[in-house]
Design a protein around this ligand. Structure first.
Ligand code: F6R
Length: 609
């Protein structure tokens, strides 16, 4: 969680820092701050350092920073999702050491900060905040006093940290340089002409450059306006080449839409087409992954491990894998998987799914799988992310930057990636895949048709937004969509909602259905149609108002509101039926006048346990 930015150049970096923080706000938005050095002006009471920190959003920070008139050629910034210490001005980053010399922004958690704080207090350092981060500038300062060298001090200090961190560090005594390093939290560096940009993710850099260095764990970079040097913990130089990123800067803008979430919902057909690419031709995907048919034949069990929406995508993935490949497949929540001693052997394939490629629990699950000698395959959207670097096989989704906290296009590209994978494996094993490749090729057109029905969904949302509780029901292939629809609604509208396998309702939860309770039912599988309709009848009899999302012809008596989608093979229908569910959540949240892109308490990238 938390977003960090940095600028090292010859011009004033304040607007660049503030702009970078705005685009990282999805990572946390409790409080924010910036600090500048070198040719700085503003609140110079700290002699050579200008700092502005505030509780609340980056907009607040920008107003305060402008009022103070802060400028500076070197600067760091932070947008926070609080872990240690409530959101407040004083707990906001950047943090300074007791002598106001070393400034730090940090993303991650320092697990041993209490021990470190204790020993620093004994040495006479004092602390202003309740954060874990404040030990870092003090520790660096302590080593600066011992070694007289900013770089050595930073290396020595980070060697004492336990936990995760991405750090940007500045020193008033070395005002035109910055040191950055990371462990288990992301950090990227963009190279411009006589300037460098630091950020927690690539989209925050795209306005300035597409030349991006991806820092690995325990690597350091010392940055001045004209130079960057990479080195390891032993100060040994590392040669690193930047990657040219082909995402455009516009991809990270709203492009005329009211919110990123709406834009991203509408981008799904394109994102899916891009993710399929030519992967279904011949053995392209197998070749891209570097997997052999012999290896596929040797797989005895598959685990799909992920969190939240990505886990919901895995639930649909399991269905197609088991149907086409007949390999027993389990789906697990990463935070459970990592502690439950799963039965992994070298004949197990562990598939992790992660939009960010940085989710702490998913990463831990992947590492556990590797330790148990299983092969790991990851489906991720983020080039160079930790998970992508550590997995044996990587399949990138092509969703482009997803900025809204609630995942929509990333989910759908994760689905299509799972379907492509299952089909490619089936082809490699000469198994039947029921022409699903052709079905997949046409899914984006069907989603475009479903998106045209947006006005109908807007009208239905107007009837629903005052609800306190809702249910989502589905059977078979429709059940994971019910789970995803329910999650989306909870996240952005704050309406309590439960998803159930439709046949399970009468085993308890039906007690909660009362007059006018909204129940969203997803029905695509015509082999289960009668059973689904009976379940709908059960809730209607108890007074529920049914919103039906379906590609089937269904008698009017079964629903109060109908959302039709084009006909589609049930196994891949989640890609289609989820779209009205996303729109429903979106418009309900809009009717409640909520901030859909930045829902309360949430952050997009969950890099803590
Ligand atoms: C929900 C949502 C989260 C993420 C989850 C995993 O809309 O976005 O549930 O899906 O935190 O994140 P990634 O995919 O980055 O591992």
């Amino acid at each position: 969680m938390c977003g960090i930015v940095g600028y090292v150049g010859k011009k004033d970096g304040v607007d660049i820092l503030l702009d970078g923080l705005s685009s990282l706000e999805y990572r946390g938005y409790d409080s924010a701050g910036i600090m500048t050095l070198n040719n700085t002006r503003g609140n110079n009471e700290l002699e050579g350092i200008s700092i502005c920190k505030t509780k609340g959003r980056v907009d607040n920070l920008a107003k305060n920073a402008k009022q103070m008139g802060i400028v500076g050629n070197v600067g760091i910034g932070h947008t926070r999702w609080a872990t240690h210490g409530e959101p407040s001005d004083v707990n906001s980053h950047p943090h300074l050491d007791s002598t106001n010399t070393i400034g730090v922004v940090h993303n991650g958690i320092i697990e041993n900060y209490l021990d470190l704080k204790d020993s620093l207090l004994k040495k006479g350092y004092h602390f202003l905040s309740q954060t874990d981060t404040e030990v870092i500038p003090n520790l660096i300062k302590d080593y600066c006093n011992q070694t007289g060298d900013f770089v050595d001090a930073t290396i020595k200090a980070t060697a004492e940290l336990k936990g995760s961190y991405a750090l940007a560090v500045v020193d008033k005594d070395n005002p035109d340089e910055m040191i950055v390093t990371k462990k288990d939290s992301p950090l990227v560096i963009g190279e411009g002409e006589g300037e460098f940009f630091i950020a927690s993710d690539i989209p925050a850099l795209l306005k300035h450059t597409n030349k991006v260095y991806i820092l690995e764990d325990n690597e350091f970079a010392k940055i001045t306006p004209d130079n960057i040097v990479f080195f390891d913990e032993a100060k040994k130089r590392i040669e690193k080449k930047y990657k040219e990123i082909d995402w455009s800067a516009e991809a990270a803008q709203k492009g005329g839409y009211e919110d990123f979430m709406l834009k991203e919902i509408f981008e799904q057909p394109t994102a899916i087409r891009k993710t399929i690419g030519n992967r279904l031709d011949k053995d392209n995907l197998i070749a891209e992954l570097g997997i052999t048919p012999e290896y596929i034949k040797s797989i005895e069990k598959i685990y799909i491990v992920a969190c939240g929406t990505a886990m919901n995508a895995g639930l649909s993935g399991r269905k197609i894998i088991e149907k086409l490949l007949k390999i027993p497949t389990e789906v697990d929540i990463a935070s459970e998987f990592r502690y439950r001693e799963p039965l992994i052997t070298e004949k197990t394939l562990v598939i992790t799914i992660s939009q960010s490629g940085e989710t702490a629990d998913t990463l831990a699950a992947l590492r556990l799988a590797k330790k148990s000698n299983a092969k790991t395959l990851t489906i991720t959207n983020t080039i160079g992310s930790t998970i992508s670097r550590e997995a044996d096989f990587v399949m990138y989704t092509q969703a482009g930057p997803e900025i809204a906290v609630a995942s929509t296009k990333a989910y759908n590209t994760q689905l299509v990636a799972m379907y492509c994978l299952a089909i490619a494996f089936a082809k490699a094993l000469n198994l039947d895949y029921n022409d699903l490749d052709k079905e997949l090729e046409s899914i984006s057109n069907k989603i475009e048709i479903a998106l045209q029905k947006v006005d109908n969904i807007k009208d239905i949302a107007k009837q629903m937004y005052n609800a306190h509780d809702m249910f989502f029901l589905g059977r078979g292939n429709d059940f994971p969509v019910a789970q995803e629809g329910s999650l989306k609604l909870k996240e952005i509208s704050y309406i309590h909602s439960e998803a159930y396998a439709a046949g399970e309702l009468k085993h308890g939860p039906i007690a909660l259905i009362e007059k006018d309770t909204f129940v969203v039912c997803i029905v695509t599988d015509n082999t289960l149609l009668d059973k689904s309709l009976s379940n709908i009848q059960e809730v209607k009899t108890r007074g529920a108002k049914v919103v039906l999302i379906t590609d089937q012809k269904v008698d009017k008596k079964y629903y109060d509101y109908l959302i039709e989608v084009p006909q589609c093979s049930s196994i891949i229908s989640p890609m289609l039926t989820v779209v009205p569910a996303q729109l429903l959540a979106y418009y309900i949240a809009k009717d409640k006048e909520l901030d859909v892109d930045k829902p309360r308490n949430l952050a997009k990238s969950v890099t803590v346990e």
